[in-house]
Design a protein around this ligand. Sequence first.
Ligand SMILES: [Zn+2]
Length: 240
Amino acid sequence: MGLDRALANNGGVKPLIVAGDKGYSVKSVFEYNTNLGVASAFPYRRWNQTEPVHRQPTDLYDEHGIPRCQSCGGETRFLSNAIEHRVLADGQETNVPRQWFTCKLPTSPACKKKQSITLTANPRYTLPLWRTEEAYLAMRVSHHLYERKHRQMRMNFLVGPDDKSIRPKRFGRAWIQLRASAAVFVEWIRVLARCGWDGSGESVVGLPRPTSDGGATHRLAQVRARRRQSGGDPPPAVAA
Ligand SMILES: [Zn+2]
């Protein structure tokens, strides 16, 4: 899974939250992330025709999956998450993510107690990070910007294209992965070239310096110089 690879590349450091489109909005993905303590920012998706069009509140949590006070039904304040280790009756061991919270406006002695819910009872609703948190909302908004990249890869490198001429006659996703990996490789070479890498194996030199235009003029000069070296671009116009 993509998250496993991201964790490995990141030295095992878990992200606070991951974002995705409706394709990921299924119980198993929510469950997997929640078990790792990672929140999932995916749009709500009906699992079947009998499910409501929007998330619905229950006695335990509201329509955003945020727990309600189990005594008065009022709003709550987040306290912490924890992973409980449990041994089942058949001897199997399992980890259960649990969330602790307290009543925001206590009206009875029961309200003042620490309360908790298990996060995997309905993992598509309850998240380790609440949907009202700034980080969650920022992730929901910024996700649309990354979606553009899929289209760009499709246009530039025909990654996952709707193109019958390059579609192989056999089943399998290995060739799709190969094309996608090659495209990412070419993208990286391009990024490194723009940062001044000359293919020598030395560290990247000539990174843009902080300037009033964010280094844009410097980068443009670098690109033009490189194009001239390869004989592909006319010399820059000089202002009279
Ligand atoms: Zn209460």
